[in-house]
Design a protein around this ligand. Structure first.
Ligand code: DHB
Length: 468
């Protein structure tokens, strides 16, 4: 039998939330299991929220209950399991996209998803790749299947996520309806409907994981000190504590850094990326070239916006400002200013133990490698994930594949002082999308570290623009 995939219009409660002096009343349809045969009912469910005002007047901002776009924010972080997001505040104390959307008259559908670390009674890790993307697709299929019954226009689904959630948002956008995911969706009893979406908003996407180590060293090679944080969850606390953790790369890590950096140009050049003028973007053996110039242009644009907003950047000695114009930057100085966060390799650790090693686990094996390089340098006698599992998590393989429908609109934000992944990662994603006809609003906001949802006014301005 399994769970019903028919949306029940009558099964809601009316709630009011007040934050920072702003109140919104909404219908809450919560914990709707979105597949017939879930393996984790607490995660494979979604919440649908509808501003109450839609039941009091026919139109809100020109939209009816049938035509209003639907924001699809995922709360995924660190590739960990996620519950559906509720209207509220994030860890930083800022209102989240769900609350903002409701206040501004949008329907919100927030999916939960499985993630790394989930283990069943047989000792099987059931949240490994591709579980999270399969779950997000199943949630989209549920909404599509219930077209006309669920509130909102299911042809105007706009995904949003940060970091690992940004990566999954980019993958959800890229791989719509691709047959690769079909067996996984079938096994869960996902609704028989399409899973492509209209638009994807991606904050600092930790994506393209199997090329992220070389991209990281392309950027941070030569920075041999790392500055990171140790996160701990004290008993009973709902927030992790964050302690600074500083260190120096070992000789072997420095040697790997140089090797990985040297591998990046061949990968980048294989993508045949072109800028808006049709100019091929490449890198030479030393990692210099037009692709690097492309990233520099975006950092300069970011500096310019900061200057235009009145910021004083005179301390940034790596930046050349002439008459209020950011005209040049010394890339090495800029990277030294950002500092290195992760040791080498940044994602596929040769000793295992990263979130990404765990993402690519399998069965009872908690951690696996996902690059040939780290397999060959493994200090953990680690196994390599199957190429299919690695492919299923990487949007770069799906953009341009005619077997899928990629979202026609993207918004990608990567803070100009983010160090969790290389700026090359979001730049390659942006270029790959643009080269295949996708409209991408790309920006590296000044002074922003690894974070998301910090510019909700602008995010929703973009949403208004693409939905016009
Ligand atoms: C996240 C951050 C990381 O540095 C990473 O490697 C994976 C995920 C995150 O914040 O989601």
């Amino acid at each position: 039998m399994g769970y019903s995939l028919e949306f029940d219009k009558e099964n809601y409660s009316v709630k009011t939330v007040t934050l920072d002096g702003q109140s919104v009343t909404y219908r809450a349809y919560e914990n709707i299991v979105y597949v017939k045969n879930p393996v984790d009912v607490k995660r494979q469910c979604l919440n649908i929220y509808v501003p109450q005002i839609f039941y009091e007047q026919e139109r809100v901002n020109g939209y009816t209950l049938e035509t209003v776009p639907v924001l699809l924010p995922n709360g995924i972080g660190g590739y960990a399991p996620a519950f559906p997001e509720q209207p509220g505040k994030d860890f930083g104390g800022h209102i989240n996209a769900t609350f903002y959307a409701l206040c501004h008259g949008y329907v919100v559908a927030t999916p939960g998803a499985r993630g790394r670390g989930l283990k069943d009674e047989n000792g099987t890790y059931y949240g490994v790749a591709p579980a999270a993307i399969v779950d997000l697709k199943a949630a989209v299929r549920y909404l599509r299947y219930n077209k006309g019954r669920v509130p909102g226009d299911v042809e105007k689904l706009i995904s949003n996520g940060t970091s690992a959630g940004g990566a999954l948002s980019s993958l959800l956008g890229a791989s719509g309806n691709h047959p690769d995911y079909e067996p996984y969706l079938k096994a869960l009893g996902a609704a028989d409907a399409r899973d492509d979406i209209f638009a994807a908003s991606c904050y600092c996407p930790i994506t393209n994981l199997n090329h992220a180590d070389m991209a990281y060293e392309w950027e941070f090679n030569g920075q041999n000190d790392y500055h990171t944080f140790k996160f701990e969850f004290p008993e009973g606390a709902d927030h992790p504590t964050r302690t600074p953790l500083n260190g120096h790369l070992t000789d072997s890590q420095m040697a790997m850094s140089a090797q990985l950096k040297a591998m990046f140009p061949a990968y980048l050049n294989s993508l045949d990326l072109k800028d808006e003028n049709g100019e091929l973007l490449t890198l030479d053996r030393d990692g210099d070239g037009s692709f690097k110039a492309f990233i520099k242009r975006y950092v300069l644009r970011s500096a310019q916006r900061a200057l235009d907003g009145g910021a004083d950047l005179s301390d940034m000695h790596w930046l050349t400002v002439v008459d209020g114009n950011a005209v040049d930057l010394d890339f090495t100085g800029y990277i030294a200013f950002r500092t290195r966060m992760k040791c080498t390799p940044a994602f596929d650790n040769v000793s295992m133990g990263t979130p990404e090693n765990e993402l690519f686990g399998c069965g009872a094996v908690q951690y696996r490698h996902f690059t040939q390089f780290s397999l060959e340098h493994s200090q953990a006698d680690g196994a390599l994930a199957e190429p299919e599992q690695i492919k299923l998590m990487n949007p770069m393989y799906y953009i341009g594949d005619t077997a899928c429908q990629t979202a026609v609109n993207y918004r990608i934000r990567h803070g100009a002082v983010d160090r969790d992944t290389s700026l090359a990662v979001s730049a390659m994603l942006t270029l790959m999308l643009r080269n295949h006809g996708v409209a991408v609003d790309y920006h590296l906001p000044w002074g922003i570290p690894h974070a998301g949802d910090y510019d909700l006014d602008e995010l929703f301005e973009w949403i208004r623009g693409i939905c016009k």
